[in-house]
Structure formats: C-alpha cells, structure tokens
Write a protein that binds this ligand. Structure first.
Ligand SMILES: Nc1ncnc2c1ncn2[C@@H]1O[C@H](COP(=O)(O)OP(=O)(O)OP(=O)(O)O)[C@@H](O)[C@H]1O
Ligand SMILES: [Mg+2]
Length: 360
C-alpha cells in the first residue's frame, strides 16, 4: 500500500562500546535529521573482550535489550557500529586501470599485508583520490603514470557474524554495519573542508582519525581510555574504583596544574594519548607537507574531563575543541537540555543513524 511515511524516514544508530551501549533514533523532518529519541546503558563492566577482540554475545544482547526497552524507539531499522579495533583500515596505491579490474587488483594487493587469509575477512574498498606521478628527471617518459589511492577496510567475518547475531536477537533489522571512525567523521566533520584529527577517548580505547576535506586518511586505535584514568586515580589515592570514577568526573582534576596530586596521576595516561597524537601528526605531515592538521577535535565520554582540552591545546600549541555531535541534527524540544550532557558519548550513534537517513 502507498505510504506517506517511508520507513527510511527513521533510523537507529547502535553503538556497542566497550563499556556501554548507546542508541539514537533520528527522523527526517522537512528533510532535516532530528534526534527524536536516545538511550544509553550505564557503564557495565565489559561488553567487549579487548584482548580476544570479540563482542561478548550474552552480555551485549542483554544490555541492548534493556536500552531498547528504556528507549521505546519507533523503528527497528538500524545502522550498527563495528568497533575500530576490530577493523583494519589501510591505504593502497595502484596504477590507473578500468574499474572492472580494480577489485581483483585491490584483493591481490591487500593479500600482501593483511595478516588473516582473505576468505576469513569481509573486504570493502573505495577510491579516495588520484594523482599524476612526476616523471623522473632525465627519463624519457613516454606515457604519464596516473595513480589511484584506495582505502581498504577489512573486518573478520566472525566479528560481523557476532554483531549481526546480537542485533537480530533483539529484533532489530540492520540496514548496514559501519566502522566507527566513519560514523564519527560523518557526525563531526561531514563535508567540511580542511584537515583535522578526531580524538575519540572512550572507556577502554582512544581512536584517532585524520580527515582531510571529508576523507579519512589515517586511523589508529590504542588501548587507553577513561578506565585507565580511573584506575590510576584509585591506586594513587588508595580509594575504590567507584570513588575514583566520581572524582574523575568532578572538577577537582586540573591537568594543567602539575603540582596537583591528582593531575600527576592522570598525566601519564593523558601523556600516552598525547604521544600518539604527536606521532601520527608527524607521520602525516611527513607524507602530506601541504596538508597541515589545523585542529584537534575531541569526542567520547572522557573528553568531558575537566581541563583535558586545555591540557592538549597547551601541549600541542594547536587549537583543540570538543566536537559538537549535535551540529548536523535538530533535537526535539523535550531533549534539548538533557542530551547536551551526553552528546560526546553519542557521536558514533548519531553518525550511524545519519547514514541510515541518507540511504535511498
Ligand atoms: N564528565 C566526565 N569526566 C570524565 N570522564 C567521563 C565523564 N563522563 C563520562 N566519562 C568517562 O567516559 C567513558 C565512557 O565514554 P564512551 O561512552 O565514549 O566510551 P565507550 O564508547 O563505551 O568506550 P570505547 O569507545 O572505549 O569502546 C567512561 O570511562 C566514563 O568514565
Ligand atoms: Mg566509543
């Protein structure tokens, strides 16, 4: 039957983080995405075994069920996150060739550096640029060498199966799965021109994404996040993790004050993130001297920590800002005040749901 309201006018973004599940519902209103509902689970121990790199099926499923119950969402269509550390995003360059031949060439190239056999991974690729190779001086170049730059994304099939299983078990219909860096980029940068590094500091991991003119150029994930900060405070102050977590969320931490006891406990953890930012920036600038990183954009729950942005901005002498995950969506009036508080945690989920609304 003809329906005025297409199913595609609504979509959920489902982000299964290491310590929690976040679900956002977006709907299209006058062609503009509007956040019409959201729900988060509380920090819940471990949902993903980072060492085994596997989604813990039973626990995740139970938590998703609870979040869905609380959220009372009005669609089952969902775009679902693939955690960064499950994916391998790499970049290859190939000589220009007809598109029909590219798939085989990419697979051949990928086979050289992907540690797992190709039939055990799901592989996707996209052309992200092209350039003309400079002819070597003195050589008699008889034809120009055009190179194409390709991004290759691989995810173990077993991970995709376990995510899909958890989603289907809860009655959701997954319209797509997407590696979280892409969702973060869509949510925070969209098509904005310029070169930026997104630093998503979550609970157990920090994900770095360098984006230039809307295209992802570098990704990296390290096992450092808010849990590590809570642990450092707990052992340094000899208090339990719960109190340490409260302390962390208060404004008693001032990372800029090196004489402060707590700041000296947190600084080594923040320092690991800082070192990685510096390393990635240097590598990127070496390869792309004309595309200087203009700004660091922070997101994820830990980015809300008192004085964290000022700390990075001072250490890097570079503009640092908190990404605004609500910049590309409207928000229903009843959520206007409350959603701001958790906006940094919802970045991935919002980016995923935005993709769902863009689907034809
Ligand atoms: N105000 C705050 N100050 C400091 N840390 C906070 C604050 N609010 C939340 N956090 C921390 O943010 C983390 C959760 O962030 P987020 O939801 O982005 O992580 P996640 O997506 O579950 O984890 P990951 O991305 O590592 O899988 C927790 O460690 C939590 O303690
Ligand atoms: Mg996360």
């Amino acid at each position: 039957m003809f329906s005025l309201f297409s199913r595609k006018n609504k979509c959920l973004g489902v982000d299964i983080g290491t310590t929690g599940v976040k679900i956002v519902e977006l709907k299209k209103e006058n062609n503009v995405p509007v956040l019409s509902n959201y729900a988060l689970s509380y920090d819940s121990g471990s949902l993903i075994q980072t060492s085994g790199l596997e989604i813990l099926d039973g626990q995740s499923s139970e938590i998703i069920r609870n979040v869905l119950k609380r959220g009372k969402f009005s669609t089952k269509r969902a775009v679902v996150a693939i955690p960064s550390f499950l994916a391998l995003i790499s970049f290859v360059e190939l000589p220009e060739m007809p598109r029909a031949e590219l798939d085989q060439a990419v697979r051949f190239e990928a086979n050289k550096y992907i540690p797992t056999p190709l039939d055990e991974v799901s592989l996707g690729w996209d052309i992200i640029g092209s350039y003309q190779e400079k002819p070597i001086e003195g050589s008699q170049a008889i034809r120009q060498n055009n190179k194409i730059q390709i991004m290759v994304v691989t995810v173990p099939k077993s991970s995709i199966e376990s995510i899909t299983k958890v989603i289907e078990k809860n009655g959701l219909v997954s319209s797509a799965l997407e590696v979280e860096n892409f969702a973060t980029t869509r949510c925070l940068i969209g098509n904005d021109k310029g070169t930026f590094m997104i630093v998503n500091i979550g609970a157990k991991a920090t994900n770095f994404t360098i984006v230039s003119d809307g295209i992802i150029r570098v990704t990296r994930s390290i096992d450092v996040g808010g849990v590590e900060i809570s642990r450092a405070i707990a052992s340094g102050l000899r208090i339990d993790l719960q109190r340490a977590d409260k302390f962390k969320r208060s404004n008693q931490i001032n990372l800029l004050d090196v004489k402060d006891r707590t700041s000296s406990l947190v600084a080594p953890v923040a320092g690991m993130i800082l070192d990685e930012i510096k390393r990635l920036r240097e590598l990127y600038h070496k390869k792309n001297p004309l595309r200087k990183i203009e700004k660091l954009i922070f997101t994820g729950g830990t980015s809300k920590m008192n004085s964290l942005l000022e700390y990075f901005s001072r250490q890097m002498s570079l503009e640092c800002q908190l990404g605004n995950s609500l910049a590309r969506v409207g928000v229903e009036k009843k959520y206007e005040n409350v959603v701001k508080e958790v906006a940094p945690e919802l970045t991935v989920a919002i980016g995923l749901a935005l993709r769902g609304l863009q689907e034809k």
